[in-house]
Design a protein around this ligand. Structure first.
Ligand SMILES: C[S@@+](CC[C@H](N)C(=O)[O-])C[C@H]1O[C@@H](n2cnc3c(N)ncnc32)[C@H](O)[C@@H]1O
Length: 278
């Protein structure tokens, strides 16, 4: 079988063709998916991507789903996992109302977190953004809320972070102020020359690069809009599912993509599947 795991990050399986911007392991192929999927037409039995579609602009997202359609065999399965916009919005409104009714510290923390979870990844200009700052507090009052919302990803990060803090309580990250070498000066000169020719201010460059880094959310989906997108690209038999069930053959074997130690890896997710018509 040809199985494609697109934007795999650190979550990949050797039976799959795993693709990401950067290759973290020999099993992962480095490729920018906004340029298409490097696979011939009608080749794949299944295409899977988890928390990837929202990193494309709305139009690039539609082009990406069209690519998924192109590479799938007739009858092949597309499995899309994205953060669920509906669940995010509900959490936000519930937290807002709870705080209005009872303005205590816990409800305040839940409202602050719901706002960050909803907006931060759409607007951040630096890696980690406000979300990582919230996760890095010495004490997180509503840690249980975060555990329920984000599951394994948050709990593992937090555990490693706290262990690391204990191991080195003094922040020993140092900023190096070395003067640039002549090579760096020449490359800076050419960079500035080309930016000037393209009409881009040097100060805009970090933002432009970060925008394309794959970390920001450039669009988001709920069950209705994702279904519409899949229909528009020609998919049929579209269903909402969960981490444990799939029409991908031998899902028991590949469930590790969505499940960790028997629980859903990213509980904030919307899981949808669709078939390419025969
Ligand atoms: C939030 S992570 C999800 C990783 C993994 N699928 C998971 O569920 O844990 C998003 C991944 O998509 C990758 N990505 C985003 N845009 C990409 C692009 N244009 N081409 C290739 N990979 C991309 C990022 O590098 C990152 O590894």
């Amino acid at each position: 079988m040809t199985l494609l795991n697109l934007g795999c990050g650190q979550r990949f399986h050797p039976d799959w063709m795993n693709i990401d911007f950067v290759s973290h392991a020999p099993e992962v192929m480095a490729h920018d998916l906004t340029t298409g999927i490097p696979v011939p037409d009608n080749r794949a039995d299944a295409v899977y991507h988890s928390h990837v579609l929202e990193h494309f602009s709305k139009s690039n997202g539609a082009a990406f789903i069209q690519e998924c359609f192109r590479v799938l065999k007739p009858g092949g399965v597309l499995r899309v996992v994205v953060p669920d916009l509906e669940a995010l919005a509900l959490q936000y409104v519930q937290a807002l109302n709870a705080f209005r009714q009872q303005p205590d510290a816990m409800n305040k923390a839940n409202h602050t977190w719901a706002t960050i979870e909803m907006i931060d990844q759409l607007v951040r200009t630096q890696s980690g953004g406000d979300m990582m700052a919230y996760w890095s507090q010495p004490q997180i009052l509503n840690e249980t809320t975060l555990e329920q919302r984000l599951g394994y990803e948050f709990t593992t990060w937090r555990k490693a972070y706290l262990q690391n803090q204990q191991a080195s309580p003094v922040n020993n990250y140092r900023i190096k102020h070395a003067s640039p070498s002549w090579r760096q000066r020449i490359s800076m000169h050419w960079k500035n020359y080309w930016l000037h020719r393209w009409g881009i201010a040097a100060s805009q460059l970090p933002d432009m690069l970060f925008q394309q880094s794959g970390e920001k959310h450039l669009w988001m989906y709920d069950a209705v809009s994702l279904q519409q997108l899949l229909e528009q690209q020609g998919f049929e038999a579209i269903t909402q599912t969960d981490a444990f069930h799939s029409r991908i053959p031998q899902w028991n074997k590949y469930q590790m993509l969505d499940v960790e130690a028997g629980v859903v890896r990213k509980p904030d997710s919307l899981f949808m599947e669709a078939l390419k018509p025969l």
